[in-house]
Design a protein around this ligand. Structure first.
Ligand SMILES: O=c1[nH]c(=O)c2nc[nH]c2[nH]1
Length: 454
């Protein structure tokens, strides 16, 4: 009997560290029956030819074509699944107006479970086709429809972490879109957690419930405290928005006399499995609290350009040891592609470093040492996402899940400009990250199962 469920032969790129990419040229990736990488062999390894001989004429063997490269699947740390129906629209007003005018009416539509079923199938398919193998989702306040999102991930093979959103503060939430009251919000959340934990047991890739206070402005103290307790009781992930815009940041300071990070921590909402979206306005003290509690930042660079009123000092927070990954933030971010967000993470950091007001002298225009490299942005969208979620994903390494995307650089009508001069694989890596489109993503695998083919 074969030792491995699958063996892939090809050239792959994975992060060695935030600054370095490891090129695994013509390696063999041996995957066990749980979809975990059991062994990686280089052509110089003694066992390479034995394994090749044993598998190459079997159904378990996958030779990756020349011109196609293997990347780890991408990890989206912040995506509002229901907002997919308004992606690319209505990005012309500030966050609080946008929520009230467009977003809350959009999300209210998901009381209709049939509608939710249709849209959620489309979102999960779209993200998989864009190479996103794991997604941390906000659903809506509706328990049933939120369970539908978790079931959709389970059926389609995506590793989904899903939250039923809590919004119980009548002062800050519209009457047509709010939890009935605090008690109901907490009871629905608990029932949701139990149902999704049960569902997760029947999946190979894992589907997880997430405690999800929308953000401090939409929740009462009692709900925030209760959610912290539920997360502890069931050992779940936690997600929310933190210090996103001038308005959101200022609101929390006014209500509590402290910043979001400290307030969230007081309610038991900052812990190792917490992921806080945006977090643009963290002070160094707040960032240290994130590092100390193991809480992560979901950096959403496309969305931030519209709603955050600032560029997050991501290099500074990386240097402080905060766990960080990337999020599309559909639909504050218009794009379902984490390639777009990886590119924007680099671009925004460069603009922060150089500054944006050309009337100022170059010496005072920007914030020194703010840029991140493409390698670092790639780290965030892969390994950093895995660390943020405390899951063994995001790297092509032994013991990690086989979550992978096969990038065909020669796809008709989407051919990447790779010529004989590209002698170094790392140049090809950079071209893939900057230029690849969904057309180039020929296969996507999650936990050893093929979940998308093009
Ligand atoms: O970008 C955002 N999208 C949202 O849906 C949201 N809710 C609170 N704060 C938010 N920010």
């Amino acid at each position: 009997m074969n030792t491995y469920a699958q063996v892939f032969q090809g050239t792959a790129f994975t992060s060695q560290s935030p600054k370095e990419i490891k090129v695994l040229k013509d390696h063999l990736f041996c995957i066990d029956e749980n979809g975990v990488i059991a062994k990686i062999l280089a052509p110089i390894d003694i066992a390479y030819n034995d394994v090749l001989k044993e598998y190459e004429n079997t159904d378990a063997f996958h030779r990756i074509n020349e011109g196609t490269y293997i990347l780890p699947g991408f990890i989206d740390l912040h995506v509002h699944a229901p907002q997919w129906i308004q992606a690319g629209t209505a990005l012309d007003i500030p966050l609080n107006d946008w929520l009230n005018t467009y977003t809350f009416p959009t999300e209210a539509k998901f009381a209709d479970v049939d509608f939710a079923t249709k849209v959620y199938a489309d979102v999960v398919d779209t993200l998989l086709a864009n190479g996103t193998t794991t997604a941390l989702y906000f659903a809506t306040i509706h328990k049933e429809a939120s369970i539908v999102l978790a079931k959709t991930c389970a059926e389609k093979g995506q590793r989904g972490l899903v939250g039923k959103v809590v919004m119980d503060d009548p002062e800050q939430t519209p009457s047509f879109y709010k939890d009935a009251d605090t008690k109901t919000a907490l009871a629905d959340t608990e029932e949701f957690i139990v149902a999704v934990k049960e569902l997760g047991k029947s999946t190979k890739q894992g589907v997880y419930p997430v405690v999800t206070p929308r953000f401090i402005p939409s929740c009462t103290d009692e709900a925030l405290r209760g959610l912290g307790e539920l997360a502890k009781k069931y050992d779940t992930h936690i997600q929310s928005h933190c210090s996103e815009s001038d308005w959101a940041h200022g609101y929390v300071q006014e209500r509590f006399g402290k910043n979001d990070a400290q307030a969230l921590n007081d309610f038991g909402l900052l812990q190792d499995k917490s992921v806080m979206a945006h977090s643009n306005f963290l002070t160094d003290e707040d960032a240290q609290l994130f590092a100390d509690t193991g809480s992560a930042i979901a950096h959403c660079p496309v969305s931030n350009a519209y709603f955050a009123n600032s560029v997050i000092p991501i290099a500074r927070f990386m240097a402080m040891g905060v766990e960080i990954g990337l999020g599309s933030d559909i639909s504050g971010g218009f794009s379902p592609s984490l390639y777009d967000n990886t590119r924007q993470a680099v671009i925004s950091s460069r603009m922060l470093e150089d500054g944006v007001d050309s009337s100022l002298p170059a010496t005072t225009r920007g914030v020194p040492n703010s840029r991140i490299t493409l390698n670092e942005a790639f780290y965030l969208v892969t390994a950093g996402g895995g660390e943020s979620l405390s899951l063994p994903i995001g790297r092509l390494e032994v013991g990690f899940a086989w979550d992978a995307q096969m990038i065909d650089t020669r796809t008709a009508n989407a051919r990447l400009p790779i010529y004989e001069v590209d002698k170094k694989e790392i140049d090809i890596f950079e071209k893939i990250i900057y230029l690849a489109r969904p057309e180039n993503i020929r296969e996507v695998w999650v936990q050893g199962e093929k979940v998308h083919t093009r």
